[in-house]
Design a protein around this ligand. Sequence first.
Ligand code: ATP
Ligand code: BTN
Length: 269
Amino acid sequence: MSTNIKVGKLQEGLKTRLVGKYIFFAKEVASTNEWAKGLVELGAPEGTVAVAETQTAGRGRLGRKWISPKGGLWLSLIFRPTLKPSETVKLVFLASLAVAEVLRELYGLKAETKWPNDVLVDGRKVCGILSEMKTVGEKVDYTIIGIGVNANIDVEKGFPEELRETATSIQRALGRKIDLEELFRALLEKVESLYQIFLKEGFVPILEGWKGFASFLGCHVEVYGDDERFEGIASDVDKDGMLVLELRDGFLRRVFFGDLSLKVKRRCV
Ligand code: ATP
Ligand code: BTN
C-alpha cells in the first residue's frame, strides 16, 4: 500500500481519457493552483493535473492559507469548458460531489457536501475546493479547480491547534492510513465521469447528486462575509448554485457564494 504519492506510478491503471492524460507531480510547490496556471499558460490542455506532496503556500478561499502537510492530496485540474464566468461555480459542485462519492464508495465514510465548496466528514472539513479562472471578455478562457483532501494526516500533529476542531482527515475518520494513489486515481476517474455527464446533460444531475449529500439543507444557518450577514433556513440550492435562504419574515433570498461562508447554527435531523 502506498501512503505517499510516487512519481511515475500515478497513471498506472488510470481509466480516463481526458482527466489525468497529463499529470505533473512535484514533491513541493507553493500552490498547485498557481503551478497549474503556469502550465496552462504554457499550453497544457484541458484535463491536465498538477499534484504535489506538500504546498508551502497553499491557498484557501477568501485569501486564507491552506495548510498542506505531507499525507494530503493536493491537486489542481485544468478545465476549458464553454462557460460564463458566473457558471464556473458549477465545476466546484462537480468536484465536491466527486470527492464525496469517492469517500463513500472507497471507505464507506458518510461524506457530506456543504455550500459552497466543502466536503465534511463527522461535521468537520475533510476537503476544500478552490476555483480560479482567467477570462477573456465575457468568456472563460480556463478554470483551475484546486482540490485539497486531508487524507493521511494526523490531525493532532499535522494541523495547528485552531484547525483541530473544524478540520478532520480520512485517517482520523477511519483510524488508519489509506492508499493515496488509489484515492488519487478514483478521484480523477470520478471527476471525468461527472464532467462527461455535465457536458452532455448539464448541471442538473450534478446538482441533484450534490444535494443528495447536503446535510445542511433544511437547517438554520448563518451566511456571512466582510460586510454582509444573513440568517435563515437553508431551503435549497438553485440551478445556478445560489443558496436559497428562507429569512425569518418568510421571504426567500438567493445568495451567490462569492465572498460568503456558511455556518450551521443547529444541526438538523
Ligand atoms: P469556507 O468558507 O471555505 O467554507 P469556513 O469559513 O466555513 O470555510 P471552515 O470550513 O471551518 O471555515 O474551514 C476552516 C478554516 O481553516 C478555513 O479558513 C480553511 O481555509 C482553513 N484551513 C486551512 N487549511 C485547512 C485544511 N487542510 N483543512 C481544513 N481547513 C483548513
Ligand atoms: C477552501 O476550502 O478554502 C479551499 C481550499 C483549497 C485547497 C486546494 S489544495 C490544492 C489547491 N492548491 C491550492 O493552493 N489550493 C487548492
